[in-house]
Each structure stands twice: as C-alpha cells, then as structure tokens.
Design a protein around this ligand. Sequence first.
Ligand code: ATP
Length: 600
Amino acid sequence: MKELLIFLKRMHHVSGVKLYFNFFGMMLISSLEGIAIFLLAPLLSITGITNMQTASIPYITQVTDWIKQIPGNYQLLGILLLYVALVVAQAVIQRNQTILNSQIQQAFIKQLRLDTYRELLQANWTLFLRTRKSDINHILNTELVRIISGTSMALKLATTFIFTIVQIAFAMFISPSLTVFVIICGIGLALFSKRYRKRAQVLGKETTELSKSYIAGITDHFNGIKDIKTNMLEQQHYHWFRQICIQLERNFNQFARLQTTSQLFYKVTSAFIIGLFVFLSFEVFKVQGGELLLIILIFSRLWPKFTGIQSSLEQIIQSLPAFKSLVELQQECREARELESLELSNYEQPLRIRHDIACQHLSYRYEGSASAYALHDINLTIPVNSTTAIVGKSGAGKSTLIDMLIGLIRPESGMVTFDGRQLNDQERIALRQSVSYVSQDPFLFHASIKDNMRMAQPDATEAQMWEALEFSASAEFIRKLPQGLDTIIGDRGIRLSGGERQRLVLARAILRKPSILVLDEATSALDSENEAKIQRALDQLKGSMTIIIIAHRLSTIRDADQVIVLEGGRIIQQGGYVQLSKETKGEFSRLLSYQFGVNA
Ligand SMILES: Nc1ncnc2c1ncn2[C@@H]1O[C@H](COP(=O)(O)OP(=O)(O)OP(=O)(O)O)[C@@H](O)[C@H]1O
C-alpha cells in the first residue's frame, strides 16, 4: 500500500485544488441523493399511495407541514418539481464531476509517463547495462496500464467511500440503531473478506512476473526473428509462447474467479443480512413503516457500494506490484541520475581537449561479474587529433575501453584524465557533447533521412548534410532514392542495406563536427570499394579531430598513429602499426598474418 500512497500523493501534487473540488462534488451528489430519498416519505404519504407511519422520521413533520401550506391541488406538483430539481441538479453535478475525475486522472497519467521517461533519459549508462530493455518496455506499457486502472480504482474507491459516509450519515439521522446494526454487519464482512484481498495480492505479483516474461520473450524473439527463420526454430519459440499464454490465461481466470467468488459471497451474505435486518426491524426495534422504507432504500443503494469497495480493493491490491515496479524503476533512475536537466543549453559548451586523454592504472568490472575484469590495469595516452586503433579478440574489452574514454562508465580503480586532470560531472557531460559515436549496430529512426541527420545537428542546412553524405560515400545512393533526403527510412532503417546504414550514420556523426570521433566496428558492413572511400575521407580528417577506431578488419587501421592490442582486458601491445607488425612474436603480427591468410 506504501506505493499506492506515493502515487496518491503525486496525484494530489499534480491536481492540487481540483482534487478537493472533486471530493466536494461527490459529497454534494450523495447529499442530494439522500435528500431525494428523504423526500419520498412525504411524497408517498401526501399522495396517499401508502398509508405509512412517518412521524418517527426526524424533521418529517416540519417538511410535511410546509408542504401542506401549498394549496391542495399543487401539493403533488410542488413536491414532484422539487424531486425533479434534485435529480437534475444531481445529474448535472455528476456529469461535471465525471469530467473533472477524468481530467485529474489523465493529467496524472501524462505526468507519470513524462516523469518516468525523463528520469530514464537522465540516468547514466550503468542503469541500462543492468536493466533489461524489455523490462523498461514492460513498465512503460503493461505496468502503466495496470497503474492507470489501479489509480482509477483508487479514485472510484474514494468516491464510493464518500458516498457511503454521507449515506450512512443520512441513515444515522433516520434510524441510528438500524444503521449501527448494518455497519457492524458490513465490518464483519470486510474482515472476513481479507482472505480474498490476500489472494489478490499473490495473483497480482504473478501477473507482473508473467507479463514481464511475456514482453521480454517477444522482444527477444522478434529481435532474433532472422535467426529463428533461418535456423527453423519456429516450433520451439511457438511452444514457449504457448506456455506463457496458458499461464497468463490461468492467472487472469484465477483473478476473475476470485472476484466473482467474493462478489457471490457478498450477495448471498447480503440477502441473509437484509432478511435479518427486516426481521429485527419489526420484531426487535419495532421500527415504523416509513422509517423502515427509507432505511431499506438507503441500504439497498448502499449495500452494492460495500460490494464495490471490496471489488475495488481487490483490483487495487492486484495492481500494487505494478506500482511497486514503477517506484523501483524511478528510484533506480534517481540513484543513477547524471543529467539534472535535459536542456543542453544548461550545460557547459562541448569540452575542447588541448593535449591528450590518458588512462592510468584503470580497472573495471561489470556488475555481477565479480571476478572477471573487463579492463585491468590499463595505461595509455591518446594525443589530441591523433588516430588510435584498438584491436583484439572478441570480448577483449575494446568497447568497454571506449565507454570509459567517453565517460559513459567510470573506472572501478585508476582514472581517466583529460589534459592531465579528471573531469567533474558537468565536464563529463560537456565531453559527451564533443563526441560522435558510430556503433557496430547503427541506429536510425523511422523518419526521413533529413530528420535522422538533424537528430545530431538540429540546425544543419541541406548543403551541410550533402557535404557529410559525400564524406561518408552515401550521397550517390541517396540521390537515387525516390524522395532524396526526404525519403522515410523504415523501422531501424530496415529498408537500407547494412552498409548503407553504416554510411548514413557515419555522415550523421560527421555532421556534428565532433572533436572526438569514435568508430566502433563502424565500417564492418562495407564492401572494399566503399571502405576505401571512407578510408580516404578519414585520412582527410586526420589531424583535425581525435579518432578512435575499433576494427576487426586490420586493413582499415593502416594509417593509425598508434595501435593498442587488448587481450582479456589488458593491453598486451602498444605502438605504431608498422612497429607492431614487425614484432613477429606479438599478438598483432599473429592477427595480421591470420587476416592476411584469410584475405588472401
Ligand atoms: N553489460 C555487460 N555486463 C556484464 N559483462 C559485460 C557487459 N558487457 C560486456 N561484458 C563483458 O566484458 C568483457 C569485455 O566486453 P567488450 O564488449 O568490451 O569486448 P569487445 O572487445 O568490445 O568485444 P567485441 O569485439 O565482441 O565487441 C567481456 O568478457 C564481456 O562478456
């Protein structure tokens, strides 16, 4: 329940005074309903429909006397008009209150979405290293829907609660003894129903786990759909999917069964209670007809609300694990926060390095891999505006070293220095503004080429874009596209080949005019002709920016000023390309001869 309270507090924060208006509206509606019921007694006795004893109902004689002052023919008309006015007023307030309710809810949901998304963007890279992306998707989609329904239930519960209190106040006013009896029955029932709420809690946790696995599974499967198709793995995946669907079906059915059982229990019990209630009214409390009629009217409307309270509670409890997941994610985001604001103008200008970037005795382990160092005792210097190539086998630590150099992750021990000193948090953000990074798996948004380019440099002109595209040997193929720069490239640029995607992302990186350009296997999908073109373009950049290249294809790093060879997270060789290639017993020579053999 702690999490629900957090959300209700936030709702209060978002809606402010509207929330009080909402509650006031609810009280007004319930009061008008109470008055309408109260007026039924004089209505019935004046019309003579029933010949009831109404004298025991408080204030009824005053009301009846007041009505009797109206000339005979108009008495019925007067009371009916009053009744209609009450119902109309109630309906109008009800409408406005429903709109207000919806506005409060939607404003809260919008804020929740914005806060969560912003907090995710403000978090540092380590959060994304330890959190599955599918879990984030799951929270932003499935869990948010459950939170929305949970909060809507909480509001409904508040409405029902206020309605119940006001109606009980009316009932107390008409007959305290009978009301106390019904309340005691209601409390007894609520206590007895605790078992249903506990079961709802268990089922809610199960729903969270199942839907998390569901989203994670389908995300993984469709990311790897090519592997599934080419390796004929459809059957295994369908089998997994079928199992999880069966579990989900069972989970939802169990909750439906739980809810209907508790509703059935409530209805059966209420039939007994009403019977007992009428019996006791006549036999024990000797209640008069009019009083009994009003009390029955009030409680016949109130009893379903008791059932509603139980049902809302079960649904809120069932959605509590979703609240918990979101609170935990937001908490983690806050702990991992690196950006205080998303407005780049609030930060320092891109960092300009004058001399060098250096690592001193730097070591790093990923969370959860306590014994394995991804980087161990790394010492190196990268002079500004030089080209450095990092090579090594898969898993040697190349990408981790890059992440360290551009400030995405921090060393466990040792340090990274820029012009001889470590950067503070603000400067680390400034550093990233001066970096362009092209990854092994280049990412393009489902948008036009122009929009994709502008993500990197919002104020870039078309001329600047073409210049960058010429640089990355992409201008030619883009000119051939039906709408040129305005061509929409599909989901993750799927309508472009791997090589075309890499060239486009390279153009985007250059457009930003970075002072540090990082190419992490960025030309791996290119054919020899295009690779040679990019090689020539990179040669032109030499001396104007610091270039760091990770490459498996060693032909691409021939012109590097220094080559760093990593193995098992350690630097095992370091020097110029030619120098290392002459160290015949070294790993670099071995990699070269292996590649030369392969390429030959
Ligand atoms: N997010 C992570 N969590 C835990 N361990 C990781 C993570 N990322 C990488 N590692 C481990 O750290 C080590 C270095 O990985 P890294 O990705 O830096 O190697 P790499 O040389 O870039 O490999 P490749 O050439 O295959 O991309 C590997 O043993 C890898 O398993």
